[in-house]
Design a protein around this ligand. Structure first.
Ligand SMILES: *Cc1c(COP(=O)(O)O)cnc(C)c1O
Length: 245
């Protein structure tokens, strides 16, 4: 597996190329490094290569890494589904929550965000594919939820996020476009939104062509997640530290 720094450079090049191809400035697309299931040392490596924003799916797993990396100036995004019994920790420890899908969760985050930390940046997650298994608010309910979240204290609604259906690129692209249209409609009615979070390792080019301002990339930066790797975790770690290929 290539080193994180090289992978990051390659991902940044893909982002720049896709932005330019879409007639957009490369700086208009932020990179979130999704570090779920990756150990803290790999986050440290990415930070040394200039990456500051990291995404995690599980609150508990993220807290351990935040504690281990407390000496670094990092920005933490929650990108996994948020249950109500975890909102307090999320409100206290994260900088962004990208997966707000109900008013109830948003209200809890608003009530539990410590004032001293400043507003929590939030995105409304939209279920653009309509799959029953996917979290997120239905497209037709998005505007009402966004308006409600925008009114809450201690939160700053920044935009929308979605995870489209895997598979057929044309369908995925249509789902990215749907999210962009929902976003544009909210901006037209006056909400001050600046973030359209869509696109991952496999499809960031499609998402950027459809207007993504933030792509969330895991595998292309850190390699396959341990759970998906064939070799056991312990062997892989020792091979890496001993410098074996
Ligand atoms: C895991 C994950 C990603 C990154 O996926 P890759 O395919 O590894 O780039 C992005 N967004 C969310 C919400 C994820 O859970």
């Amino acid at each position: 597996m290539r080193r994180v720094a090289e992978n990051l450079q390659a991902v940044r090049a893909r982002i720049a190329q896709a932005a330019l191809a879409a007639g957009r400035a490369p700086e208009a697309v932020a990179l979130l490094a999704v570090s779920k299931q990756q150990p803290a040392e790999r986050i440290r490596e990415a930070h040394a290569a200039g990456q500051r924003a990291f995404g995690e799916n599980y609150v508990q797993e993220a807290l351990a890494k935040m504690d281990a990396l407390g000496d670094l100036d990092l920005e933490w995004h929650l990108v996994g589904p948020l249950q109500s019994n975890k909102t307090r920790l999320a409100a206290e420890r994260f900088d962004w929550v990208q997966t707000v899908a109900s008013e109830r969760i948003a209200e809890r985050l608003a009530a539990q965000r410590p004032a001293a930390r400043g507003p929590l940046a939030v995105l409304v997650q939209v279920n653009v594919s309509g799959e029953a298994s996917k979290s997120g608010v239905a497209p037709q309910a998005t505007a009402a939820l966004a308006r409600a979240v925008a009114q809450l204290p201690n939160l700053r609604l920044r935009g929308l996020m979605a995870i489209p259906e895997p598979g057929d690129p044309a369908r995925r692209r249509a789902q990215f476009r749907r999210l962009r249209e929902l976003f544009a409609a909210l901006v037209r009615e006056g909400l001050a939104l600046d973030t359209l979070s869509m696109g991952m390792s496999e499809d960031l080019e499609l998402a950027i062509a459809e207007g993504a301002t933030m792509v969330r990339v895991g595998t292309a930066i850190f390699g396959p997640r341990p759970a998906a790797a064939r070799r056991p975790r312990a062997r892989q770690a020792s091979a890496e530290t001993s410098g074996a290929p």
